[in-house]
Design a protein around this ligand. Structure first.
Ligand SMILES: [Zn+2]
Ligand SMILES: [Zn+2]
Length: 361
């Protein structure tokens, strides 16, 4: 129950003889100013209250019949339904949807202020892009410059799509027109979307910058840091880098795609490195050094007579790091014996000698 009657003209800051256009303009300005998503967190509560207040004032003053009754001293909120004035938050939501077009940028606000109840389509603000990373980048972490396109609210029309909006002359800002149809049981009143303004309730010059869409597409480039240890399919999220809409700023989501890396295989956090060995090295064994994916020089001992496909060494902690700070995986070394061809004569002769010896054993 509302106590003292509010002065809706004062709330919108317009004179009592304000035209519909003046009321629209005042409302648009205030709605932008007091939108709860556009104020710092400490002002949110106050903004919600203000926002509700101006919405209520506008719902009454923008409707010629409600305004007439209000001017006569009838509170459209109490007992006015009997005289044909109904007032609900649903009305306000409709006004907003008309005013701010198909964007539905205020969906969240309505859910918060008026307890939802109605499924409100949300503006999707996230930019989702694939990101190919080599295993080396996954192990070390990576810095990447990402170039992408995102929506940004049009500055010319402040996202409305219309410059100097004024009430539609056909539907008087209602967004819908009535059609009377005589039927078998009497006259029916049919309500249809207004053909002049396509249901928006407003007419005006279509914004020349965004061509009425309310947003522009801009190409941006940002440097992002990918933590070490991500996995295929993982989403790396950067808040505040997504689309910029009336409801807020979305996220940039990079979906990791692992590029195969030659001679390395990933098994969870462990890495398997295929070390190429000549038959002689496999037979005799010995120390081998190589640089791992972290860029560190490591030394392993190849055992005498190692078999093809045999994992013969494990270097603890040299695998994929855990982005949550846990233990990194291990690096396993597996023997890949490569049979040489087109050997120099001298080596070939030695193989012949080996072959002769083998047949005599
Ligand atoms: Zn525009
Ligand atoms: Zn219209």
């Amino acid at each position: 129950m509302r106590g003292t009657k509010k002065d809706y003209y004062e709330i919108l800051g317009v004179p009592r003889n304000a035209s519909k256009d003046q009321i629209d303009a005042a409302f648009a300005k205030l709605a932008m100013k007091w939108h709860p998503d556009r104020v710092p967190p400490e002002k949110k509560k106050e903004a919600e209250k203000k926002f509700k207040e101006i919405s209520e004032a506008y719902a009454v003053l923008s409707d010629p019949e409600k305004r007439r009754l209000y001017d006569m001293g009838v509170d459209p909120d109490s007992g006015a339904a009997a005289s044909g004035v109904e007032f609900s938050w649903q009305d306000i939501e409709e006004i907003f949807n008309r005013f701010f077009g198909g964007f539905r940028g205020f969906g969240d606000v309505f859910d918060n202020l008026f307890g939802g109840g109605k499924e409100v389509e949300k503006e999707d603000l996230d930019v989702i892009l694939p990101l190919e990373l080599s295993l080396e980048e996954i192990v070390r972490g990576a810095k990447r410059r990402i170039r992408y396109r995102r929506r940004e609210t049009c500055h010319r029309c402040r996202g409305i799509g219309i410059i100097d909006p004024r009430t539609c002359s056909t539907c008087k800002g209602n967004g819908r027109v009535r059609r009377y149809e005589r039927g078998l049981f009497g006259t029916f009143i049919l309500s249809e979307p207004c053909p002049t303004c396509k249901g928006r309730g407003f007419e005006g010059r279509t914004c020349d910058v965004c061509r009425g869409r309310g947003y522009v597409i801009r190409e941006v480039e940002r440097e992002v840091e990918i933590p070490a240890g991500v996995v295929e399919g993982q989403k790396v999220i950067f808040k505040g880098l997504g689309h910029r809409g009336k409801r807020g700023v979305g996220r940039l989501i990079l979906q990791v795609k692992e590029k195969p890396y030659p001679r390395y295989e990933r098994k969870g956090r462990d890495l398997i490195y295929d070390m190429i060995l000549t038959p002689a090295k496999a037979v005799l064994g010995g120390k081998v050094e190589f640089v791992d994916l972290r860029g560190q020089r490591v030394s392993v001992s190849v055992p005498e007579g190692v078999q093809h496909g045999e994992v013969f060494a494990r270097i603890q902690g040299a695998g994929v790091p855990d982005p949550r700070g846990g233990k990194a995986g291990d690096l396993l070394v597996r023997a890949r014996i490569r049979i040489p061809s087109n050997l120099p004569r001298k080596v070939k002769d030695l193989y012949k000698q080996i072959l002769e010896l083998e047949s005599s054993i």
